[in-house]
Design a protein around this ligand. Structure first.
Ligand code: MG
Ligand code: ZN
Length: 365
């Protein structure tokens, strides 16, 4: 009797050890090490903007390849309805701050951004935006200013940062400044290649790059051409040289402006342009399994509602409840390594904490 018990115990313990071993192995497979992170922000991109793009494109978006989807709550420290400065800062730095604030908390203290954590840990870093790089969303990842309107000071923050590349508009904040400083020359002195057109941007495949395609903002799509998806590709081509990995923020900036104008055609143009940029990022993640892509918004704009449409013709009827931002939750689409972390409903600051955790960076640095 005792012998039977003993042998049963041995069999059972071997069984449990094997189970826990295979469990560990399965766990490792489910969460590959995250080395590269691409955070993509469709400014003003709520669920209606996404579905407007899908409808106009006759029923398909690259975004539909997403592995996990969540929602984020976007209110700021000062308002039920956030602006892009507080919304960008929440995603970039993990704190809810006052509307208008860039990379600082409610007391005005600078807060380290994901991009800065990545740079401090030896990764390459970049921002790409279809607006001035000094505008609220890209600025939130690089600058620390109490007001988004201080774009000349934000340009100085770019110069003084450890960023590897930035591509967008906003050249005038660097070379036509009220203090007569020429920050383009200073960027070159710091080792940046300064490119003033797409050819120059595409040619810079190593080192550091400041790419400007406009004095202020790039034109709306389609006038600006394939600037955004091509710039995402160019940025990845340069950033991928670092074997420690990279952090890249990409903004589809003008979905917001189209919806402030209650212009559904412009919203669709900007949404589909952003979706083509998403494709470039997802395709890179397919080839590089240590890559995470997170696609989200800072807030919804316009209270856009789709009141009719036809998926076979791409026809779309839309109405807007507002010319400003709204308070609704926004979608978070995740693709690649660690994407499962982004399922659920959480604060906009959760994007920051989840990315930081997946990178494995300590918060004490
Ligand atoms: Mg923006
Ligand atoms: Zn806006």
């Amino acid at each position: 009797m005792k012998r039977i018990h003993l042998s049963l115990l041995i069999v059972l313990s071997v069984f449990f050890v094997q189970c826990s071993l295979s469990g560990d192995k399965a766990g490792e497979k489910a969460t590959p090490q995250v080395k590269n992170v691409i955070v993509m922000i469709g400014d003003g991109m709520g669920v209606s903007q996404v579905y407007a793009g899908l409808t106009a494109n006759k029923g398909a978006l690259h975004l539909e390849r997403s592995h996990f989807v969540g929602f984020s709550k976007t209110y700021s420290a000062s308002s039920y309805i956030t602006d892009s400065a507080a919304g960008g800062t929440a995603i970039a730095c993990g704190v809810k701050t006052n509307n208008g604030s860039i990379g600082v908390d409610t007391a005005g203290n600078p807060v380290r951004s994901l991009l800065e954590y990545a740079a401090d840990n030896g990764l390459s870093t970049g921002v790409v935006a279809s607006c001035a790089v000094t505008h609220a969303t890209p600025a939130s990842f690089v600058a620390h200013q109490h007001s988004r309107s201080m774009e000349e000071d934000i340009a100085v923050d770019f110069l003084n940062s450890d960023i590897t590349l930035f591509i967008g508009g906003g050249k005038k904040y660097f070379d036509a400044r009220s203090d007569n400083e020429n920050l383009l020359e200073k960027l070159e002195a710091k080792g940046f290649q300064v490119a003033l057109n797409m050819d120059g941007i595409k040619k810079a495949t190593t080192g550091k790059l400041a790419g400007f395609v406009a004095d202020e903002h790039p034109a709306p799509y389609p006038e600006r051409g394939e600037f955004l998806p091509e710039s995402v590709q160019a940025a990845i081509n340069l950033l991928k040289n670092n074997n420690k990995g990279f952090f890249l923020m990409v903004e589809g900036s003008q979905i917001d402006w189209a919806c402030h104008a209650n212009d559904k055609e412009a919203a669709v143009n900007e949404m589909l342009d952003f979706d083509r940029a998403v494709k470039a990022a997802f395709d890179y993640a397919d080839q590089n399994p240590n890559t995470l892509v997170v696609v989200t918004a800072d807030h919804e704009t316009g209270g856009m509602a789709l009141t009719g449409g036809d998926l076979s013709t791409g026809e779309l009827k839309a109405v807007y409840a507002s010319t400003g931002h709204t308070s609704v939750m926004v979608p978070v689409f995740a693709y690649g390594a660690g994407a499962a972390e982004f399922a659920g409903i959480y604060q906009n600051t959760g994007v920051f904490s989840k990315v930081l955790k997946l990178y494995g960076f300590g918060t004490d640095k």
